[in-house]
Design a protein around this ligand. Structure first.
Ligand code: SF4
Length: 97
């Protein structure tokens, strides 16, 4: 979930192995490793206000792959491959366009 909206649904093991939504990807990439000693990676920017969320995709101010459409059009949650649901304009049929 991001800003109170579902952005990705699927089996946990698949999402952890192959996250499709840019927020899920950033979230998983920011998880600290128990083995490696490395700098923690956060997601740049701040979470949006839930009272005044940004127009379009709520993640667009922080998304590294946002396009113009993301600023005005809210992406719908849709099934991009069996059992995997993603709300992102750039994810089609299981991967990025
Ligand atoms: S819809 Fe646009 S801003 Fe939102 S996650 Fe997808 S690419 Fe990023």
């Amino acid at each position: 979930m991001y800003a109170g909206c579902l952005v990705e649904i699927g089996p946990t093991s698949e999402i952890l192995r192959d996250p499709l939504h840019p927020y899920t990807q950033a979230l998983i990439a920011s998880l600290p490793s128990l083995d490696a000693r490395e700098e923690l990676r956060g997601i740049p920017g701040l979470p949006p206000s839930l009272l005044r969320p940004p127009p379009g995709c709520a993640f667009h101010p922080r998304c590294p792959v946002a396009v113009r459409r993301c600023q005005s059009e809210r992406p719908l949650l849709r099934e991009v491959c069996p059992g995997r649901w993603v709300a992102c304009h750039l994810v089609m049929d299981g991967g990025f366009v």
